[in-house]
Design a protein around this ligand. Sequence first.
Ligand SMILES: Nc1nc2c(ncn2[C@@H]2O[C@H](COP(=O)(O)OP(=O)(O)O)[C@@H](O)[C@H]2O)c(=O)[nH]1
Ligand SMILES: [Mg+2]
Length: 304
Amino acid sequence: MFGGFFDKLKSGLSKTKSTFTDKVSEILKLTVSIDEDMYEELEELLITADIGMNTTMAIIDNLKRKIKEKKLKDPSGVTQCLKEVLLEQLSSAAKRDIVGGDKNVLLIIGVNGVGKTTSIGKIANLYKNEGRRVLLAAADTFRAGAIEQLDVWSKRSGVDIIKQLEGADPAAVVFDAIQAAKARKTELLICDTAGRLHNKKNLMDELSKINRVIDREYSESNRTALLVLDATTGQNAIIQAKQFKEVCNIDGIILTKLDGTAKGGVVISIQKELNIPVYFIGVGEGIDDLQEFNPEMFVDALFE
Ligand SMILES: Nc1nc2c(ncn2[C@@H]2O[C@H](COP(=O)(O)OP(=O)(O)O)[C@@H](O)[C@H]2O)c(=O)[nH]1
Ligand SMILES: [Mg+2]
């Protein structure tokens, strides 16, 4: 139905599928009647699939309610009910438009190594291919390597970059980038940032300063802050998100590295625990390996 895009998602989710979805089928195959034992086994499985305790409880409660509503007696109908419950869970948080109008800023935040710079390259490519004018700001000035890496992605995606030297003030880079964006009629300015969570005060100051520059210089722009989380860290990603929520505004999540992990279930608990929508998912290291998160497609890919 979705062609290559869907196949990519399916292969990206293969590890999660083998530890979660395949086990659901195993449990249901051995279930003679829908009873407390079945729910307990499913509950245990959800927890081991990194869906987290709170979210698991909610899913099991909703599943029971749905099965009761449908007056379901045959275990073969349980998978469909579970799919519906997961889909409801994944569709609950509302998204704003990243590109609304002709002046947009995307702030990409998150700790080191989660995939910020890589995701920026992929997003730049995505919008460039839609015919948008995109510009990158190398506001992770903490390491020279970070600037070089964004530079590589700028070339790869054919999108310009505004940068300064290592150690420069990140807010000054954003300032320059905003002036360039205005002059070039850029539609989407994407800002990379450094994520040194071990120093919360520093991080908060740095992000506030960047936000103040945008408030002052580009108040007419539509701003979206996306937090990048690494799916392979499982439930730790939730803890990280909670810490970031304390220091800055987060509109949405980019969940990377779903391809390398069996912990894909974390996407379900992110939305439940944080009530923040997932905008994009990373399913590989290549330029095309970022997809807009589509709950229906995700659930279908998991269960197909
Ligand atoms: N397999 C896989 N690797 C990814 C994905 N996203 C990022 N990476 C890798 O994660 C590593 C860190 O990424 P980077 O963008 O430098 O993270 P940053 O420190 O947050 O900017 C790199 O080796 C990336 O290739 C993904 O979706 N899947
Ligand atoms: Mg980086």
